[in-house]
Design a protein around this ligand. Structure first.
Ligand SMILES: Nc1ncnc2c1ncn2[C@@H]1O[C@H](COP(=O)(O)OP(=O)(O)O)[C@@H](O)[C@H]1O
Ligand SMILES: [Mg+2]
Length: 254
């Protein structure tokens, strides 16, 4: 092999892996999971010297910019990842994927609606327009799509829609994440097991443990915290533990 070929193989092998949070319905935890997964991953992969880029990037294509708003509140020195908000501009994510200093990219996407309710059943539900093109660009680069569902019944059929109409037709590898399950208050209503069963019935792969509902997760954006800054005891420890487990499970899938 020539030195050039060697270099080309190295670059190809170094292509950053892309993990995309996607689910048609808002409020299921896409932004929360993106930021916290990027935080755990970034903590495990710090830059080798202080003037190097972080090998972990969180990217928001969401025009609402929740990722940006949250990340801005976290003091720079405590943010273990870089973040980029494309607001739907094309070409930025492909550039990151090919950047040899980047290893993992976690992407937060907006919810989406079928633009034409009368469209054919087999038409692409992402539709057309800037947000749709941005979503298509990201899906082409995605190594693993993570689809969050919650005990809220209203997140279930949009998750199924996302999988059947958007991910499967494109051949994008996916896994369902059971988010906001309740671990304590009502043991008769076993959220986690019910939602696992929902996945099994459809033959959807799912992350075994999921992410429990904790108030601290909902307060964190305002306080400029990610799970890696939570206290290492009590409830906060349990809340952060879920994301460490999730990060391991995601690494095993890619
Ligand atoms: N595991 C969780 N425990 C508690 N609150 C959560 C959890 N996951 C998400 N939330 C809260 O639920 C709301 C919706 O989450 P968000 O990440 O914004 O969803 P999406 O990006 O899919 O719209 C936010 O207020 C968020 O703080
Ligand atoms: Mg969001």
């Amino acid at each position: 092999m020539s030195p050039q070929q060697d270099a080309a193989t190295d670059v190809a092998a170094k292509r950053a892996k892309v993990i995309t949070l996607i689910q048609r319905k808002g409020g299921s935890g896409k932004s929360t999971v993106t930021v916290n997964l990027a935080a755990v991953s970034g903590e495990n992969n710090p830059p080798e010297t202080s003037d190097e880029n972080c090998p972990v990037v969180a990217a928001g294509i969401d025009p609402q910019g929740s990722l940006e708003e949250w990340s801005r509140r976290v003091p720079e020195a405590k943010l273990p990842f870089d973040y980029v908000v494309t607001k739907g501009r094309l070409q930025e994510i492909p550039k990151l994927v090919d950047d040899p200093t980047v290893e993992r990219i976690y992407i937060d996407t907006p919810g989406f609606m079928d633009t034409d309710p009368d469209a054919d059943l087999d038409a692409d539900p992402l539709g057309t327009g800037r947000a749709a093109e941005a979503m298509k660009e990201v899906l082409e680069l995605t190594d693993l799509a993570v689809v969050p569902i919650t005990p809220d019944f209203l997140t279930h059929s949009p998750a199924e829609f996302t999988i059947e109409r958007v991910l499967k037709p494109r051949g994008v590898k996916f896994v369902v994440l059971i988010n906001m399950w309740d671990s304590g208050s009502d043991r008769l209503q076993n959220d986690l097991e019910e939602l696992r069963e929902w996945c099994r019935e459809r033959n959807y792969p799912f992350i075994k443990h999921g992410v429990r509902r904790y108030k601290i997760h909902a307060k964190a954006p305002k306080e400029g915290l990610t799970v890696i800054q939570y206290a290492e005891s009590g409830t906060a420890l349990r809340a952060r533990e879920d994301f460490y487990k999730l990060a391991i499970a995601v690494e095993q899938e890619i």
